[in-house]
Design a protein around this ligand. Sequence first.
Ligand code: GDP
Ligand code: MG
Length: 177
Amino acid sequence: YGDPSQKIDYVFKVVLIGDSAVGKSQILARFARNEFSLDSKATIGVEFQTRTLVIEHKSVKAQIWDTAGQERYRAVTSAYYRGAVGAMLVYDITKRQTFDHIPRWLEELRGHADKNIVIILIGNKSDLENQRAVPTEDAKEFAQKEGLFFLETSALEATNVEAAFLTVLTEIFNILN
Ligand code: GDP
Ligand code: MG
């Protein structure tokens, strides 16, 4: 997971947003440390983790910010969004309400963040297919309409987590190059 001595060509700040308990912290744990916990505590304090990866022979340090249990509407402060070049908008495929709240999160994001921010919509917990409450097509359609990337992930099974981050980071990289 990255050679700490290597020189860094880019640092990209990416923010995780979405309702509480959708799996934001576990997605981050999977990406940054390849870890997962089934009884993860609510996140305390604004927190970010980093992982350095190579994109087209350049080293890119991804600085991923996780909310501090401020997931109530409008509780996430503008400092959280400041300087972000990417955002991951996460819902839980087994909880319809967390998908229904996505337009609010998007509105809040667009109100605070840079207008060129790269956004991916993420339907997490794809391992719980038998409890699915949000059809893939609904999310795909919404993402298309809003111009967002879209993937379903499982932090538990490590499905598409890497792909989701790479989608965002590569797109940011391409915009800058
Ligand atoms: P956050 O509040 O959005 O940061 O959510 P957490 O990352 O704390 O996760 C909330 C709960 O969902 C925890 O019990 C996690 O173990 C669980 N969880 C997170 N991701 C997944 C997943 O992909 N699949 C399943 N089955 N559970 C998950
Ligand atoms: Mg959390």
